[in-house]
Design a binder for this molecule. Structure first.
Ligand code: ASP
Ligand code: MG
Length: 311
């Protein structure tokens, strides 16, 4: 019977050595990341799951909208705007934020997309991109060192030799990478490199309106992506944020979006936002990299693979 087969497959997945190892490693990495952020003086804030305000993202996803007492709310795609608003009162914040991005079904083939995932979302008032990048390098190297020791048995069972990268990580400008390796440079470079690296100075149309445009380099954003080596692809996106009302309005319109879509954020900006910078790092992608898995669904007992049935 079909349902029996599905249940068997689900049971096999939940009980598989890979999934069990990944969940244990995932538990340890959450422990380390939470401790690391606290030691850096960050406050853990609660996640936001539904809101009339969420990340527009820079690629098409199906919008999971719910009717909330007659108002249109969306499930959170990222907490970017809530982060920018919360740093006004707390200064330095982090949260393990459940995100829903209902990706196109073809994305299941990448091995690194889940429609439901968690990201460690971080934001700091008054921070520069450089400051955030240094902290990330500290965080990643510290984490890898911790996991190598704490989970050495699991890692060797998985056949994974996790290397601690050297600091500072390499920085490559988006346009230089594109010139040398073409449009698909991220994939090419990710396969070529043996340590994580940064892509910085991303052109304005390639990212969402909220990352800050450079004062000296028009159309270039003061933002960054961190990319895993060995072909594992994107790890982090982040940057300094637009915070001035006029600039936010200009950027929304340059993206062909409307102020109405982001009216709550625009209203907050009208009351005054202080500058901030931050990033988001996908926990399942991080777990996948640490475990050295081909496919991201092995990091989660109930993975939401785009286009596939899921419990
Ligand atoms: N925009 C990032 C995301 O993709 C997060 C961030 O910039 O903080 O969710
Ligand atoms: Mg993003």
């Amino acid at each position: 019977m079909e349902i029996e087969k599905v249940l068997d497959a689900k049971m096999d997945h939940v009980k598989s050595d890979k999934v069990i190892a990944a969940v244990k490693i995932g538990s340890d990495l959450r422990y380390y990341l939470g401790k690391f952020m606290r030691e850096q003086g960050y406050v853990e804030v609660p996640p936001v799951i539904i809101s009339p305000l969420t990340d527009p993202l820079n690629h098409p996803v199906f919008d999971p909208v719910i009717n909330y007492y007659g108002e249109k709310y969306s499930l959170t795609k990222s907490m970017i705007f809530h982060k920018q608003i919360m740093v006004q009162s707390f200064g330095s914040i982090f949260t393990f934020s459940p995100n829903i991005r209902i990706e196109e079904a073809e994305r299941s083939s990448t091995g690194r997309h889940l429609s439901e995932f968690t990201q460690l979302d971080v934001e700091k008032r008054g921070a520069t991109r450089d400051e955030i990048m240094s902290m990330v390098e500290e965080m990643i190297t510290g984490l890898f060192r911790y996991i190598r020791e704490k989970d050495s048995e699991l890692l060797s069972k998985l056949g994974r030799n996790l290397q601690v990268p050297s600091k500072p990580f390499e920085r490559i400008k988006f346009l230089d990478a594109e010139k040398q390796y073409g449009k698909d440079f991220e994939t090419v470079l990710s396969k070529k490199k043996t340590e994580p690296f940064w892509i910085v100075d991303i052109p304005l149309q390639q990212r969402e309106f909220y990352d800050r445009e450079s004062d000296t380099d028009p159309e270039i954003l003061v933002d960054m992506d961190l990319v895993y080596p060995e072909g594992f692809g994107e790890a982090i996106s982040g940057g300094e944020r637009e915070f001035k009302l006029d600039k936010i309005k200009e950027r929304i319109s340059k993206k062909g979006q409307t102020e109405e879509q982001f009216k709550w954020f625009v209203e907050f900006a009208r009351r005054g936002l202080e500058p901030s910078a931050g990033f988001g790092i996908g926990i399942e992608r991080l777990t996948r990299f640490i475990c050295g898995f081909k496919r991201i669904e092995d990091t989660h007992p109930f993975p939401k693979v785009p286009g596939e049935f899921s419990l």
